[in-house]
Design a protein around this ligand. Sequence first.
Ligand code: CP
Length: 294
Amino acid sequence: EKHLLGTKGLSAGELNAILDRAAYWEQHPAKVTNQLQGRFVANMFFENSTRTRFSFEVAEKRLGAEVLNFAAAVSSVQKGESIYDTVRTLESMGIDAGVIRMKPNGLLAELAQKIKVPLINAGDGNNEHPTQALLDLYTMRKQFGEIRGLHVAIVGDIQHSRVARSNLWALQTLGAKVSFCAPPVMQAAELAEHAPYISLDEALKADVVMMLRVQLERHEGSLFGSAEEYRAAYGLTAERAARMAPHAIIMHPAPFNRNVEIDDELVECEKSKIFTQMSHGVPIRMAVIERALS
Ligand code: CP
């Protein structure tokens, strides 16, 4: 199995192997290697991205791969071509692996049945975003030494969050305790059996307080009043962050809405690992690309 569709179903051994390989790449001094010389990787983003798209590209280039960047906005998708037909087209041109981000839920699993080259999920609907969770795990492991026994509170728009889902599956596999905190309209009923919903005051006692972006583009109409109301009820304000334990850290997959789910002054505060998470995206994606093509 060379596809990486999600963290659900990955064993602790598989997760740790990716984290260990990422640690190797983080420490590896060479900016560019010839590891994947002559291999073609296509980045196929049917939905917008900055971090995932560019860190995959940096990772692929550091491994010496030939990189093709597909952008839906200037492709035949605009003429109505489907995601399957697009991926099949690139496969027929001889790509060795595809990185793919898309809006629909469930389509990636279907594609993976039909497409022979390995596919790596760069985020699909609200289903999974495995490389984000892996870079989050990597950040936690580096910070605390091990994941087992950590309490991770994921706060915000759980319903629309593929990051929450991928983190939930991977963190539980590695022995962490996961809790959610969200207003009722942003809760995911189907996840309630997997992790408890707790108050924000309780969430602030966790070792990791992971804030999620309010995904305005996925909400139809206003689900939770104004930005100010959301901040007052569920935002990580400076006052709330001051109540966190001295050893605890703040995470956020980004992009963030400053002064909505997280106060402007917290984004780069001492407790915040947000830009550290981003820098870990490159070695994690090197490990994932290598796994797909090994
Ligand atoms: N965290 C994340 O996936 O960011 P992008 O949407 O910019 O890739």
